[in-house]
Unconditional design. Structure first.
Ligand code: TXA
Ligand code: MG
Length: 329
C-alpha cells in the first residue's frame, strides 16, 4: 500500500489485478494492513475493509464520501463466523439455510462486544451479515480469515459498479487495489431482511433474491420497510441514490427529442439500450447499472426509461430506478 498525503485526503495508488490466487493473497495482506480492496461479488463490486479495524473503516467511509450514519454489511464465508458477530434467531437461520451463500443480507442483533467495529455498524445495536455466493469473494474472505465490511464500490450516491472499470471510474486514487473478476452476475445489490426480536421479518431493501422467494421459504409474508411505525429501516435507503448525472423519466413509452432511451422487452423504440429484449428480469437486473452508466457517459439531460414489471427482480429494478429518478438533495 503506498500512501501519500494530499491536503487532508489520503491519495493512494490504485492497482487493478485480474482475480488469481496471487492477487487474492495480496488483497488479503492489504486488508490486514488496514488498506482498501475492491472485489467482485455475485451482486455488485464491493469495497472491502477489515471489519474489526476502525481506522480502515474510517478510510473506507472517506474514500466513498459516505455519511458515517450509514452502516456497512459484514461479509463472511462461514455460518460460524456469522454467529460470532450476530444473534441469528430461527427465522434468520432458516433464511441463511435457504439463501446463503447468495444475494441476501440479514440484519440481526449484534453480539456484545461485536467483532464488527462500532463505526462500521454506525453505532447500532444490530449488524448486517451476508455470505456472498461468488467463489472469488469466498476465497478472499477465507484468505483474510475474518469478516470484511463492504459497501458497493462507488462514490456515495452514484450508480453501483458491475465491472472493475466502473470501480476505477469512481475510486481510482482513493483505494489500494481492484480485483477484476469481470462483470457481476446478478447486477443488483443483495436483498436486506431484518430478523429482530419481537417483530416480524421485515424487507429493508429489495434486491437479488426476490421477496416472493423469501416469503415462500418462510411461509409468511414479509413486513414492509417502515411498516408498524418505528420499525427498523436501512439508514442507507436515501430517497435519492444510484444516481446518474442525467435526470430519469420513468414509465416512458418512447424517448422525446434529445432524450436517451433505456428500453425493456420486445417491440419498443429503436436506439439506446434495451435492458432485456426478451423481457427477462434477471437479464435486465444484470444490465441495469452498466447501461445507466453507459447512457450517462454521453451526457444527455434526460434518460427515458420504459416500464419494467413490478414483480420478482422487477421490484428491485424499479426501486433502484425510482431512487435514480428522485430529486437530488
Ligand atoms: O449486494 C450487496 O449487498 C453489496 C455487495 C458489495 O455485498 N453491498 C451493498 O452495500 O450494497 P451498501 O453499503 O451499498 O448497502 C448496504 C445497506 C445500506 O442501505 C445500509 O444502510 C444497510 O445496508 N445496513 C447496513 N447495516 C444495517 C443495519 N444494522 N440495519 C439496517 N440497515 C443496515
Ligand atoms: Mg451502495
Amino acid at each position: 500500500m503506498s500512501v501519500s498525503v494530499k491536503g487532508d485526503l489520503l491519495a493512494r495508488k490504485t492497482r487493478a489485478l485480474p482475480l488469481s490466487p496471487k492477487a487474492l493473497a495480496e488483497a488479503a495482506a492489504i486488508l490486514r494492513r488496514g488498506g482498501l480492496v475492491a472485489f467482485p461479488t455475485e451482486t455488485v463490486y464491493g469495497l472491502g475493509a477489515d471489519a474489526a479495524n476502525p481506522h480502515a473503516v474510517a478510510a473506507l467511509y472517506r474514500a466513498k464520501g459516505r455519511p458515517v450514519f450509514n452502516p456497512l454489511i459484514a461479509h463472511i464465508a462461514e455460518l460460524a463466523e456469522a454467529e460470532r458477530i450476530g444473534h441469528l434467531d430461527d427465522t434468520a437461520r432458516r433464511l441463511a439455510d435457504a439463501f446463503w451463500p447468495g444475494p441476501l443480507t440479514l440484519v440481526v442483533p449484534a453480539v456484545d462486544p461485536c467483532p464488527v467495529c462500532d463505526l462500521a455498524r454506525a453505532g447500532l445495536a444490530t449488524v448486517a451479515l451476508r455470505m456472498p455466493g461468488h467463489d472469488g469473494t469466498r476465497a478472499l474472505l477465507l484468505a483474510f480469515g475474518r469478516a470484511v465490511v463492504a459497501p458497493s464500490a462507488n462514490r456515495s450516491g452514484h450508480v453501483s459498479p458491475t465491472e472493475a472499470a466502473h470501480v476505477m471510474a469512481d475510486l481510482d486514487g482513493r483505494i489500494d487495489l481492484v480485483l477484476d473478476g469481470g462483470r457481476t452476475k446478478v447486477g443488483l445489490e443483495s436483498t436486506i431482511v431484518a430478523c429482530l426480536p419481537d417483530a416480524p421479518p421485515r424487507l429493508l431493501r429489495p434486491g437479488g433474491v426476490p421477496a416472493e422467494a423469501i416469503e415462500a421459504a418462510l411461509g409468511v409474508p414479509l413486513a414492509a420497510r417502515g411498516a408498524g411505525g418505528d420499525g427498523p429501516s436501512a439508514p442507507g435507503m436515501l430517497p435519492s441514490h444510484y444516481a446518474p448525472a442525467a435526470r430519469l423519466r420513468l414509465d416512458a413509452a418512447a424517448p422525446a427529442a434529445g432524450e436517451a432511451w433505456l428500453g425493456f422487452g420486445p417491440g419498443g423504440p429503436a436506439g439506446g439500450f434495451n435492458l432485456s429484449p426478451a423481457g427477462d428480469l434477471a437479464e435486465a437486473a444484470a444490465n441495469l447499472f452498466g447501461y445507466l452508466r453507459a447512457l450517462d457517459a454521453a451526457g444527455p439531460d434526460v434518460i427515458a426509461v420504459a416500464p419494467v414489471p413490478d414483480r420478482g427482480l422487477g421490484r428491485a429494478i424499479n426501486d433502484r430506478l425510482r431512487r435514480a429518478a428522485a430529486p437530488r438533495p
